[in-house]
Design a protein. Structure first.
Length: 101
């Protein structure tokens, strides 16, 4: 499997993605969020071992996405299937292994 860095989604790309029947992780972050900047390298390190695609949405830029997913804490990691939320993690900066557990 070729390693590809986490892709930032536009609203149109996200809508296309949610038409597929598979799981993916959505990293809800913010451009000015210090915690998000600290967490992103950890997520990138473990992205391949997650065994599902990892995408990010900048909730400060895409405020409609933040509202749609009721994101009130940054960073937030959401496990999705289609356009439905399966699981959510709102957190302080954590080491990569804690995210996989």
């Amino acid at each position: 499997m070729l390693y590809v860095r986490m892709k930032t989604l536009t609203p149109v790309e996200f809508n296309e993605l949610t038409k597929n029947d598979y799981y993916f992780m959505l990293f809800c972050c913010g451009t000015d969020c210090t915690k998000c900047k600290m967490q992103e390298p950890e997520l990138e390190k473990i992205e391949e071992s997650m065994q599902m695609p990892l995408y990010k949405i900048d909730c400060q830029e895409e405020q409609r996405a933040a509202k749609r997913f009721d994101v009130t804490v940054l960073p937030t990691l959401i496990k999705m299937r289609w356009s439905e939320e399966e699981q959510r993690m709102e957190w302080e900066v954590q080491p990569g292994q804690a995210i996989l557990d």
